[in-house]
Each structure stands twice: as structure tokens, then as C-alpha cells.
Design a protein around this ligand. Structure first.
Ligand code: AMP
Length: 286
């Protein structure tokens, strides 16, 4: 695997159609699964490793976000990446950089309502990275469900010609979704954090038993969230429009354990309600 420190090095190393996995580093088994998925069709897999300041709000964890390029290189190579692109801040944000991509109303809902500017920061850096990397397709985790939905919208609206692929959430044994931010949790908080997937599972079990009322499903989830400072627990359609009991839905949760913010979600399929973790189908936009 080649570690490219600049776009020039990156371009010299690319040797075929690219499948791209953008990350902020601190790689774990969730990222490795995205990389394996990217590698599955034999394409040239580029993983970017860049902690993007513009998606962090005032008082958020940009400074303290875990950084470990050597560890990331080992995980990326093992998972099948050909290139780890670790650009400098100046390459991503040159002094005259002036463009911001506004992904529209969805960027101001759910996580966007609590993290103003976050999704504009994500969309802007991802589109810039798309320009530098030139991928045929890009893989994102469904763990960050709203981010995936917004990037699918951006790719479609801007006719980027890049296939945006959603990948399943990888979890710890107790169900907690893997996240670089889990490293911030104290031992006691780590135990309590399992309340998030438990809340989703309980609501999904009620859904599988025929419950379709959004308020009741949300209340079932909320009752399992003892110890979590809840930001939201909301049922939406799979496209993040208002919930419709007859169509594919998603239950999304965000909350704090101490200073650590965690998110999770579960897809609910009325045609196969027992498959609570039904996956949002891969979407292709030209
Ligand atoms: P980040 O952790 O913010 O650097 O995310 C980089 C990519 O990895 C995003 O597409 C995330 O959705 C994805 N990702 C993060 N955690 C997981 C997980 N537990 N399972 C699957 N994908 C994940």
C-alpha cells in the first residue's frame, strides 16, 4: 500500500478505476469493512485520512479527535486498500478556498439541527476529495445514516457521476456501533452506551409485532435510554421524509454519555418487519 501525502503522489499511484473510502482516520473494524467492500470488485481502493475542521462546531472535539496514521495504515492495508491518501490541511483548504456546498433543508434537521454547519462541512470536503481522487464510486457507512442520505442527494443534484454506496453498520459484541469516538468513553459510560442499540432493538421488536404508531415506538425506545442524555429519537421514512407506516422507515437516535456524542439507527421494513436491520439498498446516480 502506498501512503500518498499529496494529490500529486495520489495521482501517480492510482492504477485503475477507483473505489473511494473517505475517513477521518482512527480506523476500526467498521472502516475496514467499508474498505473490504470497496476492494471486492477489484477496483483501485483509495482511503482518505483527513480530520476535517469544517465539520466540527464550536467547542466540539476537532483538537482532541484521535489521530494515528501508522495504525490507520496497518488497518487500511490489511483490509485491501492500495492507497492511503493523507493530505495536508493546506492541500484541502488552500488560503484562497472560498466555496461551501449547502445540501439544503435536510442538512438542518436531526443532527444538523444540533450541529449547525456540520453537513455543509461534510458535503464540501467530500466533494473536494471527490475532485482530487476522481472515484467511480464511494463507500459510506449507514451508521451515519443522515450523512449517507445527504451525500446521495449531493451526488445526484450535482450530477457528480459517482455511485454512492451504503455499507452495513459494524457493532461490538453488546451491539454498540463502532465509532472512533467510543474511545472517549469511560468504562462505566461504555457499559451504559449499549442502551442505544438496546433502545433500537426494543422498538424494532415492537415493530416486528405489528406496532406502527410513531409515538409508541419512540416511547418504547426512550424507556430503554436510562443514563443517556437524549438529543433525539425519531422515526422517519427511509429517505428521511416524515414517517409513513406503510413504507420503509428508519429509527434514528442521538445522545450524549458524559461529553461523548453517539448516534445510531435501525431500518424498519414493513414487508419484512422481522428483519429489523434491513439494509437501505445501494443507490446509483449518474
Ligand atoms: P468516520 O468514522 O467519521 O471517519 O467515518 C468514515 C466512514 O466510516 C463513514 O462513511 C462512516 O459512516 C463509516 N463508519 C464509521 N463507523 C462505522 C461502523 N461502525 N460501521 C460501518 N461504517 C462505519
Amino acid at each position: 500500500m502506498i501512503i500518498a501525502r499529496s494529490a500529486t503522489e495520489l495521482r501517480a499511484a492510482i492504477n485503475g478505476p477507483v473505489s473511494f473510502v473517505p475517513t477521518m482516520g482512527a480506523l476500526h473494524a467498521g472502516h475496514a469493512s467499508l474498505i473490504r467492500l470497496a476492494a471486492a470488485d477489484g477496483s483501485c481502493v483509495v482511503v482518505s485520512d483527513f480530520v476535517n475542521p469544517s465539520q466540527f462546531g464550536e467547542g466540539e472535539d476537532f483538537e482532541s479527535y484521535p489521530r494515528d496514521l501508522d495504525g490507520d495504515a496497518a488497518i487500511a492495508e490489511q483490509a485491501g486498500a492500495q492507497i492511503l491518501y493523507a493530505p495536508s490541511m493546506a492541500e484541502i483548504y488552500p488560503p484562497d478556498f472560498a466555496t461551501t456546498i449547502d445540501p439544503g433543508p435536510l442538512a438542518h434537521e436531526l443532527c444538523g439541527a444540533l450541529r449547525p454547519g456540520h453537513f455543509a462541512g461534510v458535503a464540501t470536503v467530500v466533494v473536494r476529495l471527490f475532485g482530487l481522487v476522481g472515484p467511480r464510486r464511494a463507500i459510506f457507512g449507514r451508521k451515519d445514516y443522515q450523512q449517507l442520505a445527504i451525500l446521495q442527494l449531493v451526488a445526484k443534484d450535482l450530477a457528480l457521476g459517482i455511485e454512492i454506496v451504503g455499507a452495513p453498520t459494524i457493532r461490538d459484541a453488546d451491539g454498540l456501533a463502532l465509532s472512533s469516538r467510543n474511545a472517549y468513553l469511560s468504562a462505566a459510560e461504555r457499559v451504559q452506551a449499549a442502551a442505544l442499540p438496546v433502545a433500537l432493538q426494543r422498538a424494532a421488536a415492537a415493530y416486528a409485532n405489528g406496532e406502527r404508531d410513531a409515538a409508541i415506538l419512540a416511547a418504547i425506545g426512550r424507556n430503554a435510554l436510562d443514563g443517556v442524555e437524549l438529543e433525539y429519537l425519531e422515526l422517519r421514512s427511509a429517505e428521511l421524509a416524515p414517517y409513513d407506516p406503510e413504507h420503509l422507515a428508519v429509527l434514528l437516535v442521538a445522545g450524549h454519555l458524559g461529553a461523548t456524542r453517539l448516534i445510531d439507527n435501525i431500518v424498519l421494513d414493513p414487508t419484512a418487519p422481522e428483519h429489523a436491520v434491513a439494509q437501505l439498498s445501494t443507490k446509483e446516480y449518474a
